[in-house]
Design a protein around this ligand. Structure first.
Ligand SMILES: [Zn+2]
Length: 141
């Protein structure tokens, strides 16, 4: 599935297909790194977490109040850290297999992947500063 990613620098909408390994999507108009938001699914998940940058997976559902708090924060992080992070949102109602595989008991749950390997887990919403600290700290050598 193509993602349509709005550029935070110039506002252009970019239709992004598969991104080559080790690369990040850039704006076709101005060349800026794009905020890399993606809706992950059971079918695509193994590819969704493969990226040359850390991948935050947000397990959420429309009925989950704290998920509605953390969702926009993650979108902000994707914009501010464009080129350095990918955010994959997985709707657990529509995609039950991946949450089962990773023993996701409650939502929101965030998983962090580095090079396709699970590097961190955060259960429950966090303020943005704490979320950024978790991102920077998790799985660092
Ligand atoms: Zn642009």
């Amino acid at each position: 599935m193509d993602d349509v990613l709005p550029c935070a620098a110039c506002g252009a909408n970019n239709r992004v297909k598969a991104v080559p390994p080790g690369q990040v999507p850039v704006c076709a108009r101005c060349g800026a790194s794009l905020p890399w938001l993606h809706a992950g699914t059971d079918a695509t998940f193994d590819g969704d977490i493969m990226a040359g940058v850390p991948v935050i997976v947000d397990f959420w559902a429309p009925w989950c109040g704290p998920c509605r708090v953390i969702g926009p924060v993650l979108e902000e992080i994707a914009r501010e850290r464009a080129g350095h992070v990918r955010v994959v949102k997985v709707n657990v109602d529509e995609n039950p297999q991946v949450p089962g595989r990773y023993q996701v008991q409650g939502i929101p749950t965030l998983l962090l992947f580095r090079n396709g390997q699970l590097a961190g887990r955060q259960v429950g919403a966090l303020p943005k500063a704490a979320l950024l600290a978790w991102l920077d700290r998790s799985g660092e050598p």
